[in-house]
Design a protein around this ligand. Structure first.
Ligand SMILES: C[S@@+](CC[C@H](N)C(=O)[O-])C[C@H]1O[C@@H](n2cnc3c(N)ncnc32)[C@H](O)[C@@H]1O
Length: 226
């Protein structure tokens, strides 16, 4: 299959402008304490020492959504993966400022990490504003493809939720088409307002705010794993 789970290559940048001293210190000191273990299954017992529900965010950007959700649900556990160093540094800042003890981070590919979660081990998976790869010849790089979706479906518990947000009209149509073809996910929208307005508990990230400032629309999709 020709999609990101089989290509196994990270596209996009992993570094931006140099980190400020404070951010570099966070990466050096806090990241090792919050990093997921190098090997072994990623379940709540291994990560948090109990049986709490687990959430997984793919490509958390600067970590605003991850930190917001973790603050909202302090008894749940959160795993976030993001290869972009500056994003990881920003997320660490949110974790420190919010004194959040229920997040574990991985700097790298989300799919590598997702594979280590036991099947049915997640209550929520978040994919917010994934890189759109708008050119048709790059479509196989999109996260919304059979390989990543099979993995997400396997790792969600029955009744678990997959949330997808995008501000890209090509991606929006693509995602609706691909998701409509899946029997393992039910779209939770009952009317247009359900995907045109931000659902409760879904905060705006800086990325999303910028998209709106630049005149783009944002679509919010919620799917139930059946
Ligand atoms: C457009 S940004 C959106 C960031 C964030 N989700 C938000 O809404 O603000 C897409 C993010 O996906 C990350 N990304 C791309 N491929 C990834 C992968 N294989 N695993 C984890 N993150 C990935 C990129 O580094 C980038 O930060």
């Amino acid at each position: 299959m020709n999609d990101p789970t089989t290509i196994r290559r990270l596209y996009g940048r992993s570094k931006g402008r140099p980190l400020r001293a404070g951010q570099a210190a966070l990466v050096e000191e806090l990241l090792p304490a919050l990093g997921v273990p190098e090997a072994g299954p990623l379940d709540s017992r291994a990560l948090f020492g109990d049986d709490r529900p687990l959430h997984f965010e793919i490509g958390f950007g600067a970590g605003e959504h991850l930190a917001f959700r973790a603050d909202l649900l302090p008894d749940h556990g959160f795993i976030g993966a993001e290869p972009f160093l500056n994003g990881v540094a920003a997320a660490l800042g949110h974790i420190r400022d919010g004194r959040l003890a229920n997040i574990r981070l991985h700097m790298g590919d989300a799919l590598d990490l997702l594979e280590r979660v036991p099947d049915g081990g997640l209550r929520f998976v978040y994919l917010l504003h994934p890189d759109p790869w708008p050119k048709a010849r790059h479509a196989k790089r999109r996260m919304i493809n059979p390989g990543p979706l099979d993995l997400i479906a396997a790792k969600l518990e029955t009744g678990g939720e997959f949330r997808l947000g995008t501000d890209d009209p090509v991606y929006c149509r693509w995602a609706m088409m691909v998701m409509a073809g899946r029997r393992d996910f039910d779209w939770l929208a009952e009317c247009a307002a359900d995907f045109l307005t931000r659902p409760g508990g879904w905060p705006e990230t800086r990325y999303e705010a910028k998209a709106r400032r630049e005149g783009r629309e944002v679509w919010y999709f919620r799917y139930r794993r059946v």
